[in-house]
Design a protein around this ligand. Structure first.
Ligand code: SF4
Length: 85
């Protein structure tokens, strides 16, 4: 997998390497468009003309994943989360 780190692989049960994909998701009902997430993760999150976040459609990796977690933790409305598949 492109850009994956060794630490991104799981499944020790049968020793099969399986990628853990993470994506940034939003609950649009909870979001108030305050923009703190875009301030904390500017490489990942843009704001639309009304101040609401526009999220990346790609999997989170490395520094982007850490920035996404910081944005999730800082969201005052708990509208952001990282989903892992
Ligand atoms: S920090 Fe939370 S409430 Fe503010 S714009 Fe981002 S997702 Fe919405």
């Amino acid at each position: 997998m492109r850009g994956a780190r060794r630490a991104d692989f799981v499944d020790e049960g049968d020793k099969t390497e399986k990628a853990e994909k993470a994506r940034l998701r939003i609950d649009p009902v909870s979001c108030e468009g305050l923009g703190m997430c875009a301030h904390l993760a500017p490489r990942l999150i843009d704001l639309d003309p009304w101040g609401f976040p526009v999220l990346p459609l790609t999997d989170l990796e490395g520094p982007d994943r850490r920035a996404a977690v910081r944005a999730v933790r800082a969201c005052p409305r708990r509208a952001l989360h990282v989903s892992v598949e």
